[in-house]
Design a protein around this ligand. Structure first.
Ligand code: ADP
Ligand code: MG
Length: 647
């Protein structure tokens, strides 16, 4: 006896349910030859669909053996079964099982994607098939724009796409009116005449009468088989399909990824709201990371430029034992005399005593709270300050306790509308003549408007205290700061008789600031990482929901021959792309915030650099892959028949 195309040997199928085992197929044996047209008939629940799913390699028997072309399917891996479904079988379902987001052409072409056929070749063939089925005008319609009969003809075209020789139709007319049903049966008869092997499941005897061989199932057993017998080899010759495009036997990795990315983008575009919601966590996370890093960077370079303003070779003398010494406020031994004495030393370039207080300033009708700094005439040299207008006060003016002042830019814009030079400013109760304007200086307290006055007038007329807060010393350029510090310490110790002061050099200040900004950066990075992980968990959640929602889509893809790897790749790439696009949107969002803050001159220093942006994109894609893996794997491991019958 010739080898049968399909052979079912004593197959049984049982389901485990809560109570026990339900046996749906009982020891069914059946041989189907090439070119047969078979109707399987039986009452509802008799096991017809179960048998059909086993024939189509969508389901596996629990007992017995099923052979395709003489090859036993029991030992096959899921990818081998997928290849059989892709190359040998075409499915037609009662409920059509078309994908709502795809056009008729794309639905028909779907099986060819998994066979590795290029997009143009497969679409051309899909259109030809649709034309042959009388749908030449409907190629770009979505399923919802087609009648039931038309949808079923689209699904017939899909079953022919890869040129499989066996058409399996499970109640193909079950959801159609009489006329559409007749049309579908007409197509099936025609396919049989062309040499296809057709297996039709129906509960309707009139439909079954179309087939030369009728097998009747009842309660999981074959109760009658009208025999028929297959047609022989000559039919196989009639089975030529002229415009079947060549499937590439080995698909290049790039092609595979490109197809998967194309499908992912389609699915993202057809569910825009869902996609946006999925992205939201990543958008916020990446925007937070990028703008916080830019802020940190901006603040750091602001501080650095302020430190550099200080000059490399200055020493700052403070009263007390160190910053935060509670007694330092009571120590009154650091005095102007010390400053004058230090100024005369050979290795000292220039010196300024400093004292400060906060005072309300009045100019016309304008008021501002200002920081008043009592300093020496040499301060611009000590600090390397630049004058923007006017002049700084002289040594003579300092000695004469003159009420003159130099204001910084912040004070100028807070208190004056025109040029401030020559105007009089009321500082507390002291009228001060404004003689110069300097750029805003960090160490004068960058946030508040600042007024520099001679330390003599500040002490006697404004603050009422002779106590200095610090002395700033600029060391000569050719003298080492370290050596100068040692000498200075000895000098002051000798004058005071005790060590009631401490000295900081600008390097130490720089290091202290750097260290605190590094700590900040580490902290900020940790927060950013948490934000991104939270975003990733969000993506994983919504992808899991999305997989649940798309179970039928996955079932259809598996039925037309998608491998597990194809499904895994599709969902993985989808979540990676969602995160990548989310990352791009997040970066744009951060840029907008930066631009807005500049436009509104909020004084928040955003400084965007390339690496955090690139890093954020890389991170978000990686998060997409990482957190998308679990949902993608759960999609790929779905059982085809469970997926197809899900609601
Ligand atoms: P038909 O297509 O002939 O109407 P089916 O093959 O769909 O019948 O189903 C046969 C029997 O198997 C029915 O009684 C059905 O309830 C049962 N059945 C089908 N699928 C499952 C399943 N996943 N779990 C348990 N029982 C099932
Ligand atoms: Mg059924």
């Amino acid at each position: 006896m010739a080898e049968a195309l399909l052979e079912v040997r004593g197959v049984s199928r049982a389901y485990h349910s809560g109570a026990g085992e339900i046996v749906v197929l009982k020891d069914v044996s059946l041989r189907i030859q090439t070119g047969e047209f078979i109707a399987i008939i039986g009452p509802s629940g008799s096991g017809k669909s179960t048998l059909m799913n086993i024939l189509g390699c969508l389901d596996r028997p629990t007992g017995g053996s099923y052979l395709v072309n003489g090859n036993a399917t029991e030992e096959m891996r899921s990818d081998d079964l997928a290849r059989l479904r892709r190359e040998h079988f075409g499915f037609i379902f009662q409920r059509y099982n078309l994908m709502e987001d795809l056009s008729a052409t794309e639905n028909v072409a779907l099986p060819a994607i998994y066979a590795g056929v290029g997009v143009e070749a497969r679409n051309a063939r899909a259109r030809t098939l649709l034309e042959k089925l009388g749908l030449g005008e409907r190629t770009s319609n979505k399923p919802s724009q087609l009648s039931g009969g038309q949808q079923q003809r689209v699904s017939i075209a899909r079953s022919l796409m890869n040129g499989g020789v066996i058409i399996l139709a499970d109640e193909p007319t079950g959801a159609l009116d009489h006329a559409s049903g007749q049309q579908v049966m007409e197509e099936l008869r025609r396919l049989h005449a062309q040499g296809k092997t057709v297996v039709l499941v129906t509960h309707d005897a009139a439909i079954a009468a179309n087939a030369p061989r009728v097998i009747e199932l009842s309660d999981g057993c074959i109760v009658s088989d009208s025999g028929g017998g297959g047609r022989s080899a000559q039919c196989a010759e009639a089975l030529n399909d002229p415009d079947l495009p060549l499937a590439r036997t080995s698909r290049s990795r790039l092609d595979v990824v490109r197809e998967a990315a194309g499908m992912a983008v389609r699915s993202m575009l057809s569910h825009r709201l869902r996609t946006l919601l999925t992205m939201l966590g990543i958008i916020i996370g990446v925007a937070a990371v990028v703008s916080v890093v830019a802020l940190g960077k901006g603040a750091q370079s602001q501080v650095e430029s302020q430190i550099n303003e200080l000059g490399a070779s200055t020493l700052e003398v403070f009263p007390g034992s160190d910053f935060g010494d509670p007694r330092s406020a009571e120590i009154e031994t650091l005095v102007v005399g010390d400053a004058n004495h230090l100024g005369e030393l050979s290795y000292v370039d220039s010196v300024s005593p400093n004292l400060s207080g906060s005072v309300a300033a009045l100019q016309g009708s304008r008021r501002a709270n200002t920081q008043v700094l009592g300093v020496g005439a040499e301060l611009p040299r000590v600090r390397g300050m630049r004058l923007l207008a006017g002049r700084f006060f002289t040594e003579a003016e300092v000695e004469a306790h003159r009420a003159v002042g130099v204001i910084d830019q912040k004070a100028a814009s807070a208190l004056f509308s025109g040029s401030p030079i020559g105007s009089t400013l009321l500082l507390g109760s002291m009228p001060v003549e404004v003689i110069g304007v300097v750029g805003a200086s960090a160490f004068a307290g960058s946030a508040t408007p600042t007024v520099y006055v001679p330390h003599t007038s500040a002490a006697s007329r404004l603050l009422g205290s002779q106590r200095l807060e610090s002395i700033t010393v600029r060391v000569r350029d050719n003298v080492s700061t370290k050596a100068a510090e040692v000498l200075l310490r000895a000098e002051l110790q000798h004058r005071h008789g005790t060590n009631d002061f401490f000295i900081y050099n600008s390097d130490q200040i720089r290091k202290a600031v750097m260290k605190s900004s590094q700590t900040m950066a580490a902290l900020v990075s940790a927060i950013a990482a948490v934000a991104l992980i939270v975003g990733g968990v969000g993506v994983m959640n919504i992808m899991l929901v999305s997989v649940k929602e798309r179970v039928r889509e996955i079932g259809v893809r598996l039925a037309v021959g998608a491998r597990q790897g194809d499904i895994l790749r599709q969902f993985l790439i989808e979540s990676a792309l969602i995160c990548l696009f989310g990352g791009v949107l997040g970066i744009l969002f951060a840029f907008c915030v930066g631009a807005l803050s500049r436009l509104m001159s909020l004084g928040v220093p955003f400084q965007f650099t390339a690496w955090p942006v690139i890093g954020a994109l890389a991170c978000s894609s990686a998060i997409g892959l990482g957190f998308g893996y679990f949902p993608a794997r759960s999609a790929a491991q779905l059982d085809p028949i469970e997926a197809l019958t899900a609601d």
